[in-house]
Design a protein around this ligand. Structure first.
Ligand code: SF4
Length: 176
């Protein structure tokens, strides 16, 4: 199942940005400060995106069977969602928001203290920018993140200067 909703970006920032709180949650993640797309960043990322007028949020929700781990189900979904996000950027004037860390290299070269080879391809997650994702999905989609079930939730999106939700909805049907 895919759910989507479009917001005026300034209003969305006002309502859901809480960078200090969200990044305090990030500290318990194994990727914290070990991936260039994840915190810690020197500057506030939201400033980088203030150029955009609209933000569209997507929730991908699916179940996976007991023989597959949550991690494998997540990685499998990431392969086609990330491809859809990057392909849609080429068809529109949008920039994608990925559902987690950058996975273009394995491991991220930050773990080896080497520079990112493709900084122009780094995309950020909502959490990395500082958005309170669980509040977004509860308030806007009446959904809840569930960690102790076989339900997979991936939250991603795109920023743009014109409404893109209908176009992105159609585009995603070829991938998901
Ligand atoms: S492109 Fe590679 S080095 Fe750069 S942030 Fe992504 S995973 Fe890390």
């Amino acid at each position: 199942m895919i759910l989507s909703k479009e917001f005026i970006f300034d209003e969305f920032v006002e309502k859901y940005l809480d960078e200090p709180l969200v990044h305090s949650f990030c500290k318990s993640c194994e990727n914290y400060n070990l991936n260039y797309s994840c915190p810690v960043h020197n500057d506030s990322l939201v400033e980088k995106y203030k150029y955009y007028k609209y933000i569209t949020i997507y929730i991908y929700k699916d179940t996976y069977d007991e023989f597959i781990s949550h991690g494998d189900a997540y990685l499998n979904a990431r392969t086609y969602i990330d491809k859809a996000i990057f392909d849609f950027e080429k068809e529109s004037n949008s920039i994608g928001l990925i559902p987690g860390k950058c996975m273009l290299c394995n491991p991220c070269l930050k773990t080896l203290d080497k520079p990112c080879p493709t900084p122009e391809l780094i995309r950020h997650s909502l959490e990395t920018i500082g958005f309170h994702v669980s509040n977004i999905i509860e308030n806007e989609f009446s959904e809840k993140l569930e960690w102790d079930s076989n339900i997979l939730h991936l939250v991603f999106g795109a920023l743009s200067n014109q409404p893109i939700t209908a176009e992105f909805d159609d585009f995603l049907k070829f991938y998901i």
